[in-house]
Ligand binder design. Structure first.
Ligand SMILES: Cc1cc2nc3c(=O)[nH]c(=O)nc-3n(C[C@H](O)[C@H](O)[C@H](O)COP(=O)(O)OP(=O)(O)OC[C@H]3O[C@@H](n4cnc5c(N)ncnc54)[C@H](O)[C@@H]3O)c2cc1C
Length: 473
């Protein structure tokens, strides 16, 4: 009997619990990746991320083959076809077990339940491992046994839970006994998986693979982590790790990241290195939103986390929305950020908050439109972080920004891009303006006037939110 490993958003050989456990089981191992066309459409996966996954699979095929683990790939049209296809493959390679790493949002959970059921009904045991979060959802609870709604309290409990535990990422599995009659797919077979979709090659900016992820992690820790707290909000400074795409497809695990930081801080979680503490905090935000998706499953069904905010009269103005998407709102920091997103598949965190607040609070456009547009462009698009970030910005989510605290994009620009370096880089039309003028420019040829009045729209939004009545818990 062999062991089948179903790879999903865990495209690495090191510290991969499902792969490691399958290899430990002492049987031959076969890996499989299933691509579902409908899933890509349903989740508006960006062409840049699809191509990133494709490139990762090329590397995985090679890395796995060197361990005598053949990689198979399958393409299905609809989610309902996934379980029967996996059964077919499991039977073909004579698998006694199927291993995979858990994914927590509702669609993924239902998919995995269906696979578990069908495989078990056919005598194949399913082993679900925890990988995407360091502390699995459901394990961080307050004194009453309830989930946390507030990040700071969640973080405190998360740290209490983890600080006594040694974090030791798993090694790559040992070389396996060869599996007869099963050979790794070709590069063409992998490319064929994506033939129904547009792909966007951003390989120069975002090389694929776990080796690249470690290179970035090491470089960030060596050069930037100590100054992370001071630099992370300034988009013209390369002050963050740019690891989010690697976390999103799973070529880097959060355990590997935290272990590397703790090695640097000599095991201090909250000690002297304020930059390292702050970066660990960001990784806990990542965990928090994955827990939220399990504890408040309405967020997976296109619903606001806070039900009463569903009554907000969002606008569906396609002209305003198109101006935002294209970086033509007339607010330079917003436009520069959107142009960064459109050109690189990534946007700086501070600017994600600025553009999301501008769209929801100044244009009053439904946060779901922004959430979808981000997913359609981001190479690091990840449902829980994206949904969490949008609902936070729209004041509909857990630990929400209070609705009356609305970022003014011009003040944000003055504060976090004081010399206008980031704006000049993305909006050459404004390059000649002074450091003072560039944030709120006078009329300039080839650059639009603001599409909304920031002050009026802000007041209107606050008044509209004030009319909503929170539901008592
Ligand atoms: C509206 C909005 C949408 C977002 N959409 C996504 C998304 O689709 N995918 C995504 O990975 N992140 C998303 N984020 C979170 C954050 O902006 C990015 O993770 C971060 O900018 C990635 O850059 P970095 O890797 O250099 O981060 P660093 O600052 O180096 O942080 C390290 C890691 O921590 C995690 N992280 C950091 N901030 C957050 C956060 N606020 N929430 C959750 N995880 C965080 C990421 O995995 C990141 O790679 C979103 C934030 C907002 C406000």
């Amino acid at each position: 009997m062999t062991a089948l490993v179903w790879l999903r958003h865990d495209l690495r050989v090191h510290d991969n619990p499902a792969l490691f456990k399958a290899a430990e089981s002492g049987q031959g191992v076969v890996a499989v990746y299933v691509h579902c066309d409908a899933y890509v459409r349903l989740h508006t996966i960006a062409p840049a991320q699809l191509d990133f996954v494709r490139r990762h699979l090329h590397i995985m095929a090679k890395d796995l083959t060197s361990l005598n683990i053949p990689l198979l790939v399958v393409r299905v049209q609809k989610p309902a076809e996934i379980a029967p296809e996996l059964l077919r493959i499991a039977q073909r390679v004579q698998a006694g077990h199927c291993y995979f790493n858990a994914e927590y949002p509702v669609n993924e959970l239902n998919r995995d339940i269906a696979v578990n059921q069908l495989l078990r009904d056919n005598g194949i045991l399913v082993k679900r491992c925890h990988d995407r979060c360091i502390v699995p959802p459901g394990m961080i609870r307050n004194g009453q046994g309830d989930p946390y709604k507030v990040f700071t309290a969640f973080k405190k409990k998360w740290l209490q839970t983890m600080m006594p535990v040694a974090i030791k990422p798993l090694a790559s599995p040992a070389k396996q006994a060869a599996v007869s009659d099963v050979t790794t797919v070709s590069i063409d077979d992998i490319n064929q998986l994506f033939s129904a979709h547009e792909l966007r090659d951003l390989s120069e900016l975002w090389p694929a693979g776990e080796a690249e992820a470690y290179r970035r992690l090491d470089l960030f820790i060596e050069k930037s982590i100590t100054r992370y707290l001071d630099q992370r909000d300034f988009p013209s400074i390369d002050g963050t790790s740019s690891l989010s795409p690697y976390f999103a497809v799973g070529s880097l695990s959060p355990r590997q990241a935290i272990a590397a930081v703790l090695a640097y801080t000599h095991g201090e979680w909250e000690g002297g290195n304020a930059g390292a503490n702050c970066w660990i905090s960001e990784l806990i935000w990542r965990e928090f939103y994955q827990h939220v998706a399990v504890d408040y499953p309405q967020v997976c069904k296109r619903k606001a986390m806070q039900a009463h905010t569903e009554a907000f009269p969002w606008r569906y103005d396609k002209t305003l929305f198109a101006a935002w998407c294209e970086g033509k709102t007339g607010i330079p920091i917003v436009d520069a950020a959107m142009r960064q997103l459109n050109a690189t598949g990534w946007m700086h965190n501070r600017l994600r908050m600025v553009v999301a607040m501008f769209l929801t609070k100044n244009c009053q456009i439904d946060w779901r439109w922004g959430e979808d547009y981000f997913m359609s462009q981001l190479i690091d698009g990840e449902f829980t972080a994206n949904n969490g970030g949008w609902q936070w910005s729209a004041s509909t989510g857990t630990d929400a920004a209070p609705y009356f605290r609305i970022f003014n994009p011009i003040s944000q620009s003055e504060r976090f891009d004081p010399n206008g370096d980031f704006i000049r880089n993305w909006i050459p039309e404004l390059g000649h303006l002074s450091n003072k003028q560039i944030h709120n420019p006078p009329p300039v040829d080839n650059y639009p006037r603001p599409i909304v009045d920031l002050n009026m729209s802000r007041k209107e939004t606050i008044a509209l939110f004030a009319q909503l009545t929170p539901v008592a818990h």
